[in-house]
Design a protein around this ligand. Sequence first.
Ligand code: AMP
Ligand code: MG
Length: 420
Amino acid sequence: MTLTITQASCADDYDPNSMPVDKARQFIHTFLTPIRGIARVPIRTALGRVLAEDIVSPVNVPAHINSAMDGWAMRFSDLAPGTPTALLEIGASFAGVPFGKSVGSGECVRIFTGGVVPEGCDTVVMQERAQANGKSITFAPGIQKNQNVRFAGEDLKAGAIALAKGRIVRAAELGLIASLGIGEVAVVRPLRVAYFSTGDELRAVGSHLEEGQIYDSNRYTLHGMLARLGCEAIDMGVVRDDPALLEQAFRDAGAIADVVITSGGVSVGEADFVKALLGKLGEVVFWKIAMKPGRPLAYGKIGEAHFFGLPGNPVSVMVTFYQFVRDALLTLQGVAPLPVQPLLKAICTSPIKKAPGRTEFQRGVLYIEDGVWKVRVTGEQGSGILKSMSDANCFILLNDATGNVAAGATVEVQVLEGVV
Ligand code: AMP
Ligand code: MG
């Protein structure tokens, strides 16, 4: 099936007044193909990047049969099942310094965690279950065969896939890759994301404000969110609401980036001329999403680049970024599977007024009281109040069907920690 972007606005169940959040998300997803381009980097540089190739283990992990405990290694068949057994200690195996010889019947070897289990031995008894009298060591009964022994290849066999392509490299992956002796990995090149703000009222930080003017904050929140996703963020500044300047900015951004993000200029009134402009440069659909905040949203292509036109209000920018753009950017970087964003249930301690028919993302503070998870709203929820976002550690997610929420009701929350 080939789907053109403009088909979204004439689909059978499309309601021009409200596009459901999930539907818009799914629609965008059909146009996302991961970028090509690989860089080989030293493993530390791979932190936060996406693996472009499977990491195949060149070795068995662990490489050798070894002990999981400090104790003694012996043959299981030497241990009497119901009574203590005394064996003769004939040497020691330290981590990195193996005993090196074979162990016979009636013998045992002092062994430390990580030490190679000597040939002939199949079981380790922890030192707490043994009594040493010179070289004669007495073991308590009740030991099982292979107890406290880690076998070669038990964690990972040589030739097996240790990490699949598409995984984001975190601290655990860095360590795992290093444990295989691999010093360099192939990662997806950073996604190039160009962004600019639109609006005659916007001024850059550091300049003097005349009456009616405001500082541009959206480029800063966008910078923060893009940097957290490992994107190469290309700041293209503020562009005035002037068709010629906007056309040039869209052309420039589309030519250098994989993704173009703008804020402002997609609301009713402003949208018409931006719509006409983008119609010339590519294919873009404008939606009124059935959500609050973040109603107007545009998605499409400017040449080869993906385009997201976010609303202008600072909170709406962040909410629409998290709900639509974030997963799209991860998908374009080849992340698979996408990290799940858990929804937790919490008792809402603030009453919330809400009309059914749209999804709301209220900014909340999740906390624990007497062992119960609770959430309260951050205060005024206006889409221009960035402080509500800064004070929040979660979104309170109220779906389409939900109406007013009484204090004490259970709600779903999406935790922001680790994401913002
Ligand atoms: P718009 O979507 O362009 O109509 O903008 C909606 C509201 O968001 C207006 O009050 C704008 O002044 C404000 N706004 C738009 N862009 C920005 C920005 N980059 N930084 C801060 N506020 C903005
Ligand atoms: Mg504007």
